[in-house]
Design a protein around this ligand. Sequence first.
Ligand code: ZN
Length: 70
Amino acid sequence: MKNKNDQQTVDWCEDLFGLTYKQEIKHGTVTAYKKHKCRCEFCIKAKELSDQRAELRKVIKAQAQQVGVV
Ligand SMILES: [Zn+2]
């Protein structure tokens, strides 16, 4: 299954099972968004959340430094 050059077997399997042998992607993760360049609604949402969290961390860190906690 890993042999990309073996198109014949892949086609044959697709005929049989109606499947495509793509790399397994876990959707709703930033990994899928970044690494696999998936842009389904779940992956986009995951990226958004991740960005929001990163932004929050930045703000909190900046505030903590101002107050002198860190
Ligand atoms: Zn996805």
